[in-house]
Ligand binder design. Sequence first.
Ligand code: TA6
Length: 295
Amino acid sequence: MSLLTSSAFCNNVKHDELDTIEINHPNFSAHVCMQGAQLLSFKPTDKSDFLWVSDKIEYKKDRSLRGGIPICWPWFGVVDKNIDSVKANIQSQAAHGFVRTMIWQLHSLKESVNGVEISLCLESNTETLKLWPFKFKLLAHFSFSHEVTVTLETVNTDSKEMHLTQALHTYFPTTDIQATHIRGLNNVPYTDALDQWQEKQQAGKVIFDQEVDRIYQSGGPFSLNSPQQCLTLRTQNCHSTVVWNPWIKKSTTLSQFNDNDYLTMFCVESANALHDVVSIKPAQSHCLSMTLSLA
Ligand code: TA6
């Protein structure tokens, strides 16, 4: 973290067991956890936080943090719901891959009066190779100004082609889930994880009046409308979008989550999931990118 010693806006702050980077810039504040390269907060000055975190969040090693943008890689969701070319190589039963509970390293930092660009890096090692037999270099690039862009760059440093699924599993805040909706998914096909993974088609805007867990075949753009703010979500190289709210019953089963937290959060996850497999040849790379801005 020596890059931080000369920083004008960034500080290393320990929360319980985990190192984090707190960024206080005139135009915004942001908070990144080194475990999982997980962005936990991005708040433009005098505006609401773009992201939600549970007040039951635990900064403990080897435990994924509930909120912000968990990075799901090199598989999304439960292993068995991935297609053979992805699940054939997985030596784990954990949901959402393994990088969100690993400690990443600070790779680069650039700052100016306009904003801050920071990158974190995770490289394959003996531990990851046991879980997934591919050499890789993974970079999480964050660009903060009046908006935020997150880019997950996968570099295949192996001698064989890799096949993976992935998601930037973003948690958004709302002051009233039943007054919240998503535009941009009308007529888009989706897989309903709550109804035997059946293929369906979205009719109109997406609302939240029950548990929702759907993988849409679209990368947007979307408008995310909650009473306190309207955000625009744009992506690059993203072919799936997961919309999730656990609602009443599932909320009681989730770690780091209050029983009534479903009333103040929703997830819209920029992904490449199910059949949207990312295949990367040796020495090639792939970037999944999302940008959040005020509408
Ligand atoms: O993205 C939706 C989902 O796959 C849900 O099915 C639910 O499991 C959620 O992710 C949270 O998963 P986590 O492992 O972070 O508790």
